[in-house]
Design a protein around this ligand. Structure first.
Ligand SMILES: [Zn+2]
Length: 102
């Protein structure tokens, strides 16, 4: 599936940012949380940018392996929201039920 903002990923800006992210964080973050060392191949936005160019350019990134990236995507699509949390452990996705009554 290709989203409306798919072209963001084809920009020279993103290619540079992605390369830098993988150089600085070469291991999959989710695997590392489980104590597993896996080389990352995907660069993912911690907070879904949903086509917001500023967020796309400036939002925090995380390096993931293909398995974690695709399973996370599937979970988000199945649930309708992302379960990623910020440094305080609070869900970052505004669509997460915990954020709906704020
Ligand atoms: Zn992983």
């Amino acid at each position: 599936m290709r989203e409306a903002w798919g072209h963001f990923y084809g920009t020279a800006f993103w290619q540079r940012r992605r390369k830098l992210q993988l150089r600085q964080h070469p291991l999959c973050k989710f695997c590392a949380d489980d104590g597993i060392v896996t080389p990352a191949t995907h660069v993912d936005h911690v907070e879904p940018h949903r086509g917001d160019w500023n967020l796309f350019c400036l939002g925090a990134l995380q390096s993931l392996c293909a398995t974690c990236h695709s399973s996370r995507k599937q979970q988000i699509e199945a649930r309708g929201f992302d379960i990623a949390v910020d440094a305080d452990g609070w869900p970052t996705d505004p669509n997460h039920p915990a954020n709906r009554h704020r």
